[in-house]
Design a protein around this ligand. Structure first.
Ligand code: PLP
Length: 229
């Protein structure tokens, strides 16, 4: 993918990119070792276009319906943008998700894995896949429990033939995120996975220190969300 020369700058984006570069450097990692997913949920096309014009190419949405209302139109104008689905995925949305997404971060149960395998085969589209791990074992949160992750990954590969490339987590709000990032890194490593989707506006520098290869940043780029996603 050839980067398009940014024609304008975007304050929020520029600040996040600079903070990422600094965090990578401090962690002894190379620039570009962690990629930025600009999380555009709740924001309209008018807010997203300036971020694209400033050079950002990877976007994240947590709802398939919302992504569908924005990204086909954006892609007509900017064919090289990528869409990552980062929110919980219902099986009845898998067809649309596979058709739309370049990556899905939230594979977390056998029924979803089976449905994804079916649609990938049917459509011949291969979005990158991540397994979401519920590192804090929070009952209300999506994701596989840490102690069940190895077996789930095995079944994704062997039973469903899915090519999982990494793990994703959202740490509990009231806990030290570093512990969760370290746990995710450990589980990925022992399963031979290289991609780690972790870190949001409040903790992406910590995530980079713990090896994040994708950070998912919304409000630090786009500003405060007026309504919950
Ligand atoms: C909304 C969201 C983000 C971004 O959150 P910010 O705090 O606005 O950076 C990251 N990951 C997921 C899964 C989200 O739903």
């Amino acid at each position: 993918m050839t980067p398009t020369a940014p024609s304008i700058s975007h304050k929020g984006l520029a600040e996040v990119v600079a903070r990422m570069d600094k965090a990578l450097k401090e962690a002894g990692r190379k620039p570009g070792d962690a990629r930025l997913i600009a999380v555009s949920k709740t924001f309209g096309i008018d807010s997203i276009i300036p971020v694209i014009e400033a050079g950002q190419r990877i976007f994240g949405e947590n709802r398939v319906q919302e992504a569908k209302s924005k990204f086909p139109e954006l892609r007509e104008r900017y064919p090289d943008i990528q869409l990552h689905i980062i929110g919980p995925l219902q099986t009845n949305k898998v067809k649309e998700a596979v058709a739309l997404a370049d990556a899905i971060h939230t594979v977390d149960r056998p029924k979803l894995a089976a449905e994804l395998a079916r649609e990938i085969q049917k459509q011949g589209r291969h979005p990158q896949l991540f397994v979401q791990v519920n590192t804090g074992a929070e009952p209300q949160k999506a994701g596989v429990l840490p102690e069940e992750t190895d077996a789930f990954l095995e079944s994704c590969r062997k039973e469903h033939g899915l090519n999982i490339i990494g793990l994703m987590c959202i740490p509990p709000v009231d806990e030290e995120p570093a512990l969760h990032f370290a746990l995710l890194e450990k589980i990925a490593k022992r399963n031979g996975l290289t991609e780690l989707s972790m870190g949001m506006s409040g903790d992406f520098e910590t995530a980079i220190a713990f090896g994040a290869t994708y950070v998912r940043v919304g409000s630090a780029i786009f500003g405060h969300r007026d309504y919950p996603a």
